[in-house]
Design a protein around this ligand. Sequence first.
Ligand code: ADP
Length: 168
Amino acid sequence: MIRAVYPGSFDPCTNGHIYIAERSAALFDEVVFAILHNPQKVPTFTIQEREAMAREALSHLPNVKILSFEGLLVDFMRKQQSKIILRGLRALSDFEYEFQLAQMNRQLASEIETLFIATDARYSYLSSRSIKEVFRFGGSVQKLVPPGVYRRLREKFPLPEEDFTEFL
Ligand code: ADP
């Protein structure tokens, strides 16, 4: 049984992340979609919200398990008895950071391998940060995120017209 781990902040998950999870689920017996809980950072969505959104968006993939973790990824990998870290690559700009991270993790745990999955051209410009920025300024992101994420974005950042309708 080969278990791989796809770690990230997923704040929130986008269709790009879901695509990587789908590709991974077709390759490995089990994939852990591992959401990083970093107490040093204030995320937009709480760990519970991020987990709930991922659970909804990945419910069609029976071999994908959603978990959260704190601390070093290599410690979590060992707990999960997995030797494969999966990361997504969008553009060359991702490469430098991802390569550094992979080398650091290799330094910490040489038995663990980082594998990269190239995103689909449809998602190459998508990031959690850009989704939040575009949404806050009124741009349409409905086609770029899972429905549950879109719903929670609307709850968290009500658009001006939505505020207004409440007073009608
Ligand atoms: P981080 O783990 O650096 O906080 P994210 O949670 O946004 O970053 O993403 C987790 C992983 O998914 C990273 O490897 C990132 O490069 C990748 N990723 C992010 N957006 C996309 C996308 N649109 N398509 C494919 N992979 C992506």
